[in-house]
Structures are given as C-alpha cells and as structure tokens.
Design a binder for this molecule. Structure first.
Ligand SMILES: NC(=O)c1ccc[n+]([C@@H]2O[C@H](COP(=O)([O-])OP(=O)(O)OC[C@H]3O[C@@H](n4cnc5c(N)ncnc54)[C@H](O)[C@@H]3O)[C@@H](O)[C@H]2O)c1
Ligand SMILES: O=C(O)C[C@H](O)C(=O)O
Length: 335
C-alpha cells in the first residue's frame, strides 16, 4: 500500500490542482523538499517562502518541466508571507534552526517556538483550511503551539494538523533491513509516540522479525530513537538530517494530497491531535492515521504491544506530556 501511494506521486496521467506552500524553503530541508514537490504532479501551484534565498530556489526549480507554477517570496516584499500562504491547501513548515552536536531537540525550543508561532499565525489568517505539516523541531512541542494559535483565531481543525514523523518510519525500515538482510522497501515498522529520543517507539514486536534476539531488538530500538544524532554527529556542526528528511516530508505531503484527492486507503503515521491517550492528559500522539478529503479520517490505535514496549510507552508518555504542556504554555503566554 505504501508503495502504491508513492507511485501515485509521479503519475503523469492524473493532475489535481493543489496549492502547496513551503515556509523555510531556502534551507537544508526546504530546498530538496521543494524539488520533490516540484516533481509531484498533484502540486500545480508551489509557493516558496524563506527569510533568505526562496526566490533563487523558485527560479531554479521553475525550469523543471512539470505541470506547476513555482513562485518565490522574500520578506523584503510587502505581505510576502501572507501572499505565499493565501488559499494554500497544504503548508509545510521546515523553518527554524537545526541541532548541533550535544544539543537535544528541546534545546531548539527557545528559537523555533517563536518562529513556528509567527508562521502559524499567518497561516491561520491566510490558509485556515490548509493541512499544516510541521517539520520544525521540537515537533512534540511545535505542533501544540500551532494548535493553540489556530484555536485562538477560531479556525482550529484537529484533522488538518500534523507533526511529520515519517523520518522515524523510513529510518526504521532501513535499519531493520540492515540487521535482517532484507529489502528495505518491503520492511514496515509501526513507529508511534512522538519525535525525539525516548518518545520514538518502534513497535518491533509487530514486525515479522521474531528471529531478532533481545540484544538486537534493544540495539535497533536505540538506533531508531537516536538516528537523528548519527547525522548531527557526522555533519559536525553543519546541521541535521536534510536529504532523508526531504524524502520523508515529500512522502508524507504526497499522502496528504492523495487523501485530499479522495484516494482510498491512504495510511501514514503522524503526530496528531489524538484520542488515544487523551484520558491521560496527552493531547498529541503519533500513530498511523487514515488520510481523506478533510485530513485525518481515522486515528488508528497502536495495536498489540509487548511488555518491553509497554515500558517504552510509559516513559514516552511521561515526556510527551511535558513537551506538549511546554508548547501550550508558550502559546498562552504569547497571547
Ligand atoms: N521532523 C523531523 O523529522 C525533522 C527532521 C530534520 C530536521 N528537522 C527540523 O527542521 C528544521 C529545519 O532544519 P534545516 O536543516 O532545514 O535547517 P536550515 O537552517 O538549513 O534551514 C532552515 C531555514 O529556515 C529559514 N527560516 C528561519 N526562520 C524563518 C522564518 N521566520 N520564516 C521563514 N523561514 C525561516 C532559514 O532562513 C533557513 O533557510 C530544524 O528545526 C530541524 O530540527 C525536523
Ligand atoms: O535530529 C534532529 O535534530 C533532526 C531530526 O529531528 C531527525 O530526526 O533527524
């Protein structure tokens, strides 16, 4: 099913007129993500906004012969951000600073919370019905910030807000295939929870790999939870994952577009306003969701899990609750 959804992105026979805006389009993620969106035939109107470089990226991409108009917006121009957002169907937000070695994602909150808050404010005014795909870290907290901004403006639709956790899933497919010696395109791991360290829970017990030893499982879980650190360390101060994230973001955006277009059985994991642990005070949680014309159609439960995974879930939820509260408190204090 996942491959079928991916193939739909590049089909030349079907064109849907979707307007897509990327906020932070000049950055390490923004540029390759915008390229992949330019190649997606469901996108016909691509708007790129950044404090720096969006016009150049747009001019460059505009020479690619696919059926979309690409426009760049620079903050020096009057109303650039609002024009970039006006009437958008999907808004992707990779704007913000990335980690350096030794930092946690939560360390980015001090800068990125304000950036996401302000961009969300503009999106709530210009594209209140858009699907908002938040990439900027810490996702566990930036998504609740966007929710609060939309609520304050009276336009919140829980079905249209997503924290993009796709990178955790694609990493899990890759890493498990390396251990098992299999084709990564045929591996699927249900990764739930949130998007940082111990809040990332790969449910290995649900895979077909019952041959893995406890040690192999523990090592795999750790690698999936801290995969981002591998890239941060290797880039040595020059940022975090950009290319794999662009692929993940484009995959998720395509799934959202397929849902908007009324295609059936579009299921992807995402960090959403979720009923699963609301009784425990956890408003947002990542699990597979069915995507449809109005955004989230169904939030799927996480399914049966092992006792080891129960322990991971308890730790995840404790942290998630604090991360969410931090985002909500920030947005409240900005009012
Ligand atoms: N969700 C995930 O799985 C995931 C994966 C990788 C990175 N990230 C996060 O994505 C964010 C971006 O990472 P990157 O590597 O692209 O960083 P980057 O520094 O290369 O690019 C960020 C871009 O955002 C722009 N920007 C900053 N403030 C802005 C504003 N107010 N309006 C518009 N644009 C603005 C910058 O000018 C820059 O071009 C980071 O917070 C990073 O932690 C998330
Ligand atoms: O690790 C990071 O800071 C970026 C991103 O969240 C990732 O998972 O690669």
């Amino acid at each position: 099913m996942f491959n079928r959804v991916a193939r739909r992105a590049f089909s030349t026979t079907r064109v849907n007129p979707y307007k897509v805006t990327v906020l932070g389009a000049g950055g390490g993620i923004g540029q390759p993500l915008s390229l992949l969106l330019k190649l997606n035939h469901k996108v016909t109107d691509l708007r790129l906004y950044d404090l720096r470089g969006a016009k150049g990226v747009a001019a460059d991409l505009s020479h690619i012969p696919t059926n979309s108009v690409v426009r760049g917006f620079a903050p020096e121009e009057p109303d650039a951000l609002h024009s970039a957002l006006e009437g958008a169907d999907v808004v992707l937000i990779p704007a913000g600073v990335p980690r350096k070695p030794g930092m946690t994602r939560d360390d980015l909150f001090a800068i990125n919370a304000g950036i996401v808050h302000d961009l969300a404010s503009a999106a709530a005014e210009e594209a209140p019905k858009a699907a908002i795909l938040v990439i900027s870290n810490p996702v566990n907290s930036t998504v609740p910030i966007v929710a609060q901004v939309f609520k304050a403006k009276g336009v919140y639709d829980a079905r249209k807000l997503f924290g993009v956790t796709t990178l955790d899933s694609i990493r899990a497919s890759r890493f498990i295939s390396e251990v098992a010696g299999t084709d990564p395109t045929r591996e699927h791991v249900n990764v739930v929870g949130g998007h940082s360290g111990i809040t990332i829970i790969p449910l290995l017990s649900q895979t077909r790999h019952h041959e893995l030893t406890r040690e192999q499982r523990d090592a795999l879980v750790h690698r999936i939870q801290f995969g981002g650190d591998e890239v941060v360390k290797a880039k040595n101060g020059a940022g975090s994952a950009t290319l794999s994230m662009a692929q993940a973001g484009a995959k998720f955006a395509n799934a959202v577009l397929c849902g908007l277009a009324g295609e059936r059985d579009v299921i992807e994991p995402a960090y959403v306003d979720s009923p699963l642990y609301k009784s425990e005070g956890i408003e947002f949680f990542a699990s597979p969701v069915t995507l449809g014309p109005q955004g989230v159609e169904k939030v799927h439960s996480i399914g049966e899990i092992s006792s080891e995974e129960e322990e991971l879930l308890a730790k995840c939820n404790e942290t998630l609750k604090k991360n969410i509260a931090k985002g909500v408190a920030f947005a409240e204090q900005k009012k």
